[in-house]
Write a protein that binds this ligand. Structure first.
Ligand code: PMP
Length: 456
């Protein structure tokens, strides 16, 4: 796939690109995105693409939302920067935290503002540790995360992330992070095992893990309601109820990473509601500001807050915080984003158009290369397989998922491959017509790749 750049321009690409093969990149150069409008982005030659992944799951409201531009520029004039350290606050941060507490799907008492999803989860990890010390339980600090989880890429959160690419050559993961199975029914269930039985087994395995480690050493379990970067894994029936029962039994905190699911993606305001979690901590980012400016947040239950406040009061200060945490311009944009979600009833919209996406994706289920189609609300995935009957995956070296994404790009659709699962998470404001167009472009890409695969 070659983009619209001259060789000399490509040579001058000064960016070290994340999640990109730097050697292949030299051959193709970057796809340079110049502007966006609604659910579409345009490259520097003017070609349009439907953004099938909301620009890394961020841009819920699409591009060109003038109210967010206005909120940013007003705040930029009034108070472009201030921090929250040492008894200081500003209106956008206070209003944002109040709104988040009002929206929270379970009772929460305070919000800690951060700048990215990784910072939010890193903060959650640190506060869990702080609380354990405050409670005089210094041994109760181990955390559990799942295979194929994605919780960030700081040195600490990379270890929560359960993807080899984030570990290899970084000397990670930290062996102190315990690993639970990925609830991927299609891949990990035993032959004939129902979703309920699979969930029961995973909960039993979690209990065995906690007992083997010693319940007095295990502090928390991290979970995305729907696992995003791991390939859009929707929890099987009964999963979170059974997991929650085990966590409650051994006094293990639940951290719901709502960085992707939060703010309507699964059809409810939070994935926590869709799947019945009872978290003690919720982390949010991305959709919080519709991606227009970086901001994230950690919502904390009273069970977290009370010991932390007591400990910080005793020591004299809470020794944690980022210069840009709760940046006023980002916070003002986030406040406006939350207002727009409410005024336009984004949940009702997802309720209307989500089934169109899910039905459309299910339309590919009988395709010979499609092993599974899965999803909920406005998030979904199509997983390709070499053999539908045996579920045998393609040799990763063939890069079939990447080829499909490349073909989709040629047909004007931006998607993302996680192995051979191709993920869809368009801006939440997408219309039914735009979903239909997106699926048409995907069908063309799938036909191309099918022809290539059969030829080989
Ligand atoms: N948690 C989840 C569920 C995510 O999907 C991501 C980012 N894709 C993160 C955390 C990390 O967010 P960031 O890239 O802003 O650090």
């Amino acid at each position: 796939l070659s983009h619209n750049r001259t060789l000399s321009e490509r040579d001058r690409d000064a960016v070290l690109h994340p999640y990109t093969n730097p050697i292949r990149h030299q051959e193709t150069g970057p796809l340079v995105i110049s502007r966006g409008e609604g659910v579409r982005v345009f490259d520097d030659s003017g070609k349009d693409y439907i953004e099938g992944l909301a620009g890394l799951w961020c841009t819920a409201l699409g591009w060109g939302e003038e109210r967010l531009v206005a909120a940013a520029s007003e705040q930029m004039r009034r108070l472009p920067f201030y921090h929250l350290f040492g008894h200081k606050a500003h209106d956008p941060a206070i209003e944002l935290c109040e709104r988040l507490l009002a929206l929270a799907p379970v009772p929460m008492s305070k919000v800690f503002l951060t700048g990215s999803g990784s910072e939010a989860n890193d903060t959650a990890l640190k506060l869990i540790r702080y609380r354990a010390n405050a409670l005089g339980q210094p041994q109760k600090k181990k955390v559990i995360a799942r295979d194929r989880a994605y919780h960030g890429v700081t040195l600490a959160t990379s270890s929560l992330t359960g993807l080899a690419v984030n570990h290899r050559s970084f000397d990670l993961p930290d062996p102190a992070v315990l690993r639970a199975a990925c609830p991927h029914h299609y891949r990990n269930a035993r032959p004939g095992e129902s979703e309920e039985d699979f969930s029961t087994r995973l909960a039993a395995e979690l209990e065995a893990l906690i007992l083997a480690e010693g319940p007095d050493t295990v502090a928390a379990f991290f979970a995305e309601p729907v696992m995003g970067a791991g390939g859009v894994i929707v929890p099987p029936a009964g999963y979170f109820a059974k997991i929650q029962a085990v966590l409650d039994k051994y006094d293990v905190l639940l951290v719901a990473d709502e960085v992707i699911c939060g703010f309507g993606r699964t059809g409810k305001m939070f994935g926590t509601e869709t799947f019945g979690l009872r978290p003690d901590i919720i982390t949010v980012a991305k959709g919080l500001s519709s991606g227009y400016l970086p901001i994230s947040a950690v919502l904390l239950s009273e069970k977290m807050v009370a010991p932390i406040v007591a400990e910080a009061g005793r020591i004299g200060t809470l020794g944690h915080g980022f210069t840009y945490g709760g940046h006023p311009v980002s916070a003002a944009v986030a406040v406006e984003t939350l207002k727009i979600y409410a005024e336009r009833d984004i949940l009702a919209h997802v309720g209307r158009v989500g089934p169109r996406l899910q039905d459309g994706l299910r339309g590919f289920a009988n395709h010979p290369l499609v092993g599974e189609v899965r999803g909920v609300g406005l998030i979904g995935a199509v997983e390709l397989v070499a053999d539908k009957a045996t579920k045998a995956a393609f040799d990763p070296a063939r890069g079939v998922g990447a080829a499909l994404v490349a073909r989709a790009q040629q047909h004007g659709l931006i998607l993302r491959a996680m192995g051979d699962a191709v993920a869809f998470a368009p801006p939440l404001v997408i219309s039914e017509d735009e979903i239909a167009e997106m699926l048409t472009r995907f069908a063309r890409a799938l036909a191309d790749v099918t022809a290539e695969v059969i030829k080989i």
